[in-house]
Design a protein around this ligand. Structure first.
Ligand SMILES: Cc1cc2nc3c(=O)[nH]c(=O)nc-3n(C[C@H](O)[C@H](O)[C@H](O)COP(=O)(O)O)c2cc1C
Ligand code: SF4
Ligand code: SF4
Length: 250
C-alpha cells in the first residue's frame, strides 16, 4: 500500500509512478478523515508526501497517528519530494512512526519543483529548471522502485546545510509564525469556478457569493494559489508576480 498526500501534484506523480512500478495499491490520505486499514502479512507500506519546513507535514503525521491499522508493515519507507533539502526529516519521522509501533526502514528523497512562495525571498524554479528536476526524478524512479522491491534499508536524501537546526528549530518557528491563511486574498479576476475550494486538502475554503473564503485551518500547501486558473489569489504581497506551478502544467 502506498499512502500519499500531495498539495501541488509533485508527490502525487511520485506516488503514482511508484505504484505503477511496484504494483502496490495507491491510497490517497484524506487529511481530515480518520482512516482504517488492514495490512497483509509482511505488506510493504510507502508514505509519499512533500516536505514542509524540513520535515514531514504535521497534518500527515496527525493523520498517521489517528488512523486505525490492523497488522504491521513488513517494510516501511518514506518517499518525499522537496525543492532542495529535507534536513533531518527522516529521523524526525522515524520517531513519529515509532509512536504508532512502526519502524521506518528506508527514506527516498526526490528533488522536485518548488511550490513555496509565501515569503518574498522564495521563488519558483524557472520552467527549464523545473523540467530538469522532473526529468532527473523520472530517470531515478525505476531504480528506487527496484530498491523498494528488494526492501533495501537505505536513506537516500539531500539534507542541506544545518539539517538539525532546520528540522527542529526553524520548523517550530515556521509553524508558530508563518503557517496561516490570513494573508490570502482574492482579486477581481476571480470567476467563481470553485477550483480552489474543490482541491483544498484541508477543506478550508468555501465559496461565498461566488468568491473563496478561507477558514483558518490551512497547511499552506499552496494548492489554491497555484491552481487558480485566473491567478486571482495572492498571499499578501509575497506572491505578486511570481507565477504559478502545478505538476503537469509547465
Ligand atoms: C509549506 C511548504 C514548505 C516547504 N518546505 C520545504 C523545505 O523545507 N525544503 C524544501 O526543499 N522544499 C520545501 N517546500 C517545497 C516542497 O516540498 C516541494 O515543492 C514539494 O515537491 C511539493 O510537493 P507537492 O506538489 O506534492 O505538494 C515547501 C513547500 C511548502 C508549500
Ligand atoms: S487554503 Fe489553500 S494553502 Fe491552505 S490548505 Fe487549502 S489549498 Fe492549501
Ligand atoms: S480558483 Fe480562482 S477563479 Fe476559481 S473560484 Fe478560486 S479564486 Fe476564483
Amino acid at each position: 500500500m502506498i499512502l500519499y498526500y500531495s498539495g501541488c501534484g509533485n508527490s502525487q506523480f511520485v506516488a503514482e509512478q511508484l505504484a505503477e512500478k511496484t504494483g502496490e495499491k495507491l491510497v490517497k490520505m484524506h487529511l481530515k478523515e480518520t482512516a482504517s486499514y488492514t495490512l497483509r502479512a509482511g505488506e510493504t507500506v510507502g508514505i509519499v508526501c512533500p516536505i514542509y519546513s524540513w520535515a514531514v507535514p504535521r497534518v500527515v503525521e496527525a493523520y498517521l497517528r489517528r488512523m486505525h491499522v490492523e497488522g504491521r508493515p513488513g517494510y516501511c519507507y518514506l518517499a518525499c519530494t522537496y525543492g532542495d533539502s529535507l534536513g533531518k526529516a527522516p529521523e524526525r519521522f522515524s520517531k513519529t512512526l515509532k509512536q504508532i509501533g512502526w519502524t521506518l526502514d528506508a527514506s527516498y528523497g526526490f528533488v522536485m519543483p518548488e511550490t513555496y512562495v509565501n515569503l518574498k525571498a522564495f521563488k519558483l524554479d524557472s520552467a527549464e529548471g523545473a523540467s530538469r528536476k522532473i526529468d532527473a526524478v523520472r530517470e531515478r524512479l525505476p531504480k528506487v522502485a527496484a530498491q523498494i522491491a528488494r526492501k533495501e534499508k537505505v536513506t537516500d536524501v539531500v539534507r542541506g546545510k544545518v539539517p538539525w537546526l532546520n528540522t527542529y528549530v526553524t520548523n517550530a518557528l515556521f509553524y508558530a509564525l508563518l503557517i496561516t491563511d490570513r494573508k490570502f486574498k482574492v482579486g477581481e479576476s476571480c470567476v467563481g469556478c470553485g477550483e480552489c475550494a474543490d482541491h483544498c486538502p484541508m477543506g478550508n475554503i468555501t465559496m461565498e457569493n461566488g468568491k473563496p473564503r478561507w477558514h483558518g485551518d490551512c497547511t499552506n500547501c499552496m494548492s489554491c494559489y497555484h491552481r487558480c486558473p485566473q491567478n486571482a489569489i495572492q498571499f499578501g504581497s509575497a506572491t505578486e508576480g511570481k507565477g504559478q506551478y502545478r505538476f503537469g502544467k509547465i
